[in-house]
Design a protein around this ligand. Structure first.
Ligand code: ADP
Length: 252
């Protein structure tokens, strides 16, 4: 099933964003001021993220990946430039509008899973869908990430990779249009990391969730539709993968 926001849910048109574009980023800069020192985390970034694509943003530590992802997800605001999510200008949004955008449209996956230890896998997922508009049953979300036999396990009874897959189920159970993943395999070994990437690929293919994965691991890039390479706050390359490979075939 492919889920998108109903057109009637969309706010008033503010600019002309091409059809099929989820995020339209224009001249985006972020400067952190630390006393006398200015750190240019992002330097005039331009980028379009297409509906339903699987994008990997690659770059060394400190290149600006998390800053960009956090701004796309409405967790942070830029110093200058614009970000549109469809026709919604996130850079002009109020705090309440950003909260609504995050709640309704975005699922986040971080390196550490942040599950509630006293709740089972099923309960961790169920908690989140209470506030969702079009929720998926926790069992369905957990099945999608290959955990239908772990519904009643507590986080301490699950491996790191399984906990990350519960976190993915939790993020997608509200059927977000976009999934933003910050080093989702960063704490995992090669084998369990691949299972997590397989879960992300399946969500992307079966739900049509636009997915952005940031990583310093170049080995992951081959599974993406497009690979964006960052260095020192700039995008230095955007590459289409003509023949993307399945996570099982990745090497790193
Ligand atoms: P990456 O995700 O690629 O590792 P980041 O986006 O985290 O890169 O960081 C980009 C740059 O911005 C780095 O130089 C980092 O030190 C700096 N930076 C990030 N967050 C902050 C912050 N809250 N305050 C000051 N500097 C920051």
């Amino acid at each position: 099933m492919i889920w998108n926001h109903r057109p009637s849910d969309r706010p008033v048109l503010e600019t002309s964003i091409p059809a099929g574009v989820s995020f339209h980023v224009q001249g985006l800069s972020k400067v952190y001021t630390m006393g006398e020192v200015e750190v240019f985390a992002l330097r005039s970034i331009n980028l379009e993220v297409y509906d339903q694509e699987f994008m990997v943003i690659l770059g060394p530590s400190g290149s600006g990946k998390s800053t960009l992802l956090n701004i796309l997800g409405g967790l942070d605001v830029p110093t200058s430039g614009q970000v549109f999510f469809h026709e919604r200008n996130l850079t002009h949004a109020s705090d309440a509008e950003l909260t609504r955008f995050r709640r309704d449209c975005v699922g986040f996956i971080f390196q550490f899973y942040n599950l509630i230890p006293s709740l089972t896998a099923r309960e961790n997922v169920a908690l989140v869908i209470e506030i969702a508009r079009y929720p998926m049953r926790p069992e369905v979300a957990l099945d999608l990430v290959g955990l239908s036999d772990r519904l009643d396990h507590f986080p301490s009874q699950l491996s790191g990779g399984e906990q990350q897959r519960v976190a993915i189920a939790r993020a997608i159970a509200k059927r977000p249009e976009v999934l933003l993943c910050d080093e989702p395999t960063g704490a995992l070994d090669y084998k369990t990391g691949k299972l997590v990437l397989e879960a992300l690929e399946r969500v992307n293919q079966e739900l049509g969730t636009t997915t952005i994965v940031i990583t310093h691991n170049a080995g992951i890039a081959a599974m993406a539709d497009r690979v964006v390479t960052m260095r020192s706050g700039e995008i230095i390359r955007v590459q289409h993968n003509q023949n993307k490979v399945s996570p099982a075939e990745l090497e790193w």
